[in-house]
Design a protein around this ligand. Structure first.
Ligand SMILES: [Zn+2]
Length: 514
């Protein structure tokens, strides 16, 4: 039996990685993420797959590969679901899948684990698992975020599915870098975000093997803590999967070590991300720090910094800038919850200590979740109100994004503030619309803004540049390279022409032997 690989997501697209590896009766997925491209073809913020219909919408609209046997039984609203996709060219009745290797907690790699059978073990670093759980805890009920634990669905009288009011069920995890030792961390892993129902625990599983296949991991540097690549020993030799990585970040030595160790295996296959294969130089995090520092030194009013809330490296950059400029960083309660999760998972290359001088913004809102209530109680002394910010705007750097623009109404700062956009460039139409709206908010409240062009050096990408990727691939020297997580896979073939490396461009859902 040949070893086969099927790229169900991540072929010719950035993200949505769902890569199936099969070796005899051994079957595993590398990541199982949301394809924002496929999802965005039909859905947006106010038009979502209908969760009371479980698998129906994501299967019929091809957000999930039609693999009968891979998904949770409680999400099958009626047997007709499978009839709807039986004619799909990728339809398949798939035997047992023994594991998912989760490279990191970005939703385009992790999100659709939600739909997979709740008995399939997830192999991930402790940090990735904790971040995924914290994201789920703050997301509230969201069928597309059930990575750490499931909220089992029960059939209703109307023939729909509704969450069981009494249960959450933990997924079985194998922490590749060892289980948490501290009692506090174990408590977090098992804690429920709801007041009324607990999480039924699943045992922590040993890592190092999926089915009969030995599996190893290597930390890599990416724009989220906990990222790793995987190596799998198959009957056709070693298969290496990079996840997302870069060589220009604060932990680039991790990626260097990964490259060295992967090369030593003389792998048959390298599945390599290629988000930025078309780009040359990259802004480093240190440059982001320098640019932000210069801007904030000159700022006279309130500063707002906009970056992804899970991007701890960026948060630490602005924390440094805040200290240098005599300002105080203000974050949201849900961000503080994430920081707690990261602190509890700390160890190895990623450590975060408590930042006592970071304040927590007391949002004005009617419904405050259980998770947020707990944070507000625990950190009551560190809460800061909109009025306190209005009274002394130059004292603060507020970490907010577009979706929190509404808080400007409560803060009502004097004109003269500065908004620093320190996140990915808008590359999709929807984001461009959001960005236009955001600019309207900023104009209304008298903010200057910087960073929207993406050329000001206020964002360091999480992905390696083209030259770095090619250097890495040549060092690892696989027999076959499979570019994933890129819209320019053919560029790899062009750049590696004339070498011993065969570049295999994957087609979505088409199985190939290695
Ligand atoms: Zn990523």
């Amino acid at each position: 039996m040949p070893v086969t690989i099927t790229v169900y997501g991540g072929a010719g697209e950035i993200g949505g990685n769902k890569i199936l590896l099969e070796d005899g009766e051994n079957r595993l997925f590398m990541d199982f993420g949301v394809s924002f491209g496929a999802r965005g073809l039909y859905y947006e913020e106010f038009l979502n797959p209908r969760s009371p219909l479980g698998l129906l919408d994501p299967l019929v609209m091809s957000l999930l590969p039609p693999l009968r046997g891979a998904y949770r039984d409680d999400l099958v609203v009626s047997p007709e679901v499978w009839d709807r996709v039986r004619a799909h060219p990728h339809y398949r009745e798939i035997p047992e899948i023994q594991g998912v290797l989760l490279s990191h907690a970005h939703v385009d790699h992790s999100g659709y684990i939600s739909f997979l059978k709740e008995t399939i073990p997830v192999h991930a670093t402790r940090m990735t698992a904790f971040i995924a759980k914290a994201m789920q805890d703050v997301a509230g009920a969201d069928l597309e975020r059930e990575v750490g634990y499931t909220s089992p669905r029960l059939p209703t009288e109307d023939g729909l599915l509704a969450p069981d009011r009494k249960r959450f069920v933990q997924r079985p995890f194998a922490f590749v870098d060892g289980p948490p030792e501290r009692q506090e961390a174990l408590l977090f892993w098992g804690s429920s975000p709801a007041k009324t129902k607990g999480i039924e625990p699943a045992p922590l599983l040993p890592a190092g093997r999926v089915g009969d296949l030995p599996v190893g991991y290597f930390y890599v540097d990416h724009s989220i803590f906990g990222a790793c690549g995987f190596v799998i020993e198959t009957s056709a030799g070693w298969v290496v999967y990079t996840g997302d990585l870069r060589l220009h970040g604060g932990h680039s030595q991790l990626t260097e070590t990964f490259v060295r160790e992967a090369a030593a295996l003389r792998p048959t296959v390298l599945l390599c991300e290629g988000t930025n294969v078309g780009r040359e130089a990259q802004t480093s995090e240190e440059q982001v720090y320098e640019h932000a520092l210069r801007l904030i030194r000159e700022a006279r009013g309130l500063v707002i910094a906009d970056f992804g809330p899970r991007h701890i490296e960026r948060l630490l950059t602005f924390y440094r800038v805040a200290r240098e400029t005599g300002r105080t960083l203000v974050i949201l309660a849900k961000d503080q919850y994430m920081l707690e999760a990261i602190r509890l998972a700390s160890g190895g290359p990623w450590t975060l200590t408590e930042m006592e001088d970071v304040l927590i913004y007391a949002e004005r809102k009617g419904m405050i979740s259980t998770v947020e209530t707990r944070i507000r109680q625990r950190y009551a002394a560190r809460l800061v109100s909109p009025e306190q910010i209005r009274a002394d705007p130059p004292r603060f750097i507020l970490c907010l994004s577009f979706f929190e623009s509404k808080h400007l109404i409560d803060i009502n700062p004097l004109p003269g503030g500065l908004y620093i956009y320190s996140s990915t460039e808008a590359f999709e139409e929807e984001q461009e619309i959001d960005q236009r709206r955001l600019q309207n908010w900023l104009a209304r409240f008298g903010f200057q803004h910087v960073g929207f062009e993406g050329t000001e050096g206020l964002h360091a990408s999480g992905h390696a540049s083209g030259p770095d990727l090619l250097r890495m691939i040549r060092s690892i020297g696989p027999r076959i390279l499979v570019p994933v997580h890129t819209v320019m896979p053919q560029l790899f073939a062009e750049r590696l022409a004339g070498t011993d490396i065969r570049v295999l461009l994957p087609k979505p859902g088409v199985r190939f032997a290695v």
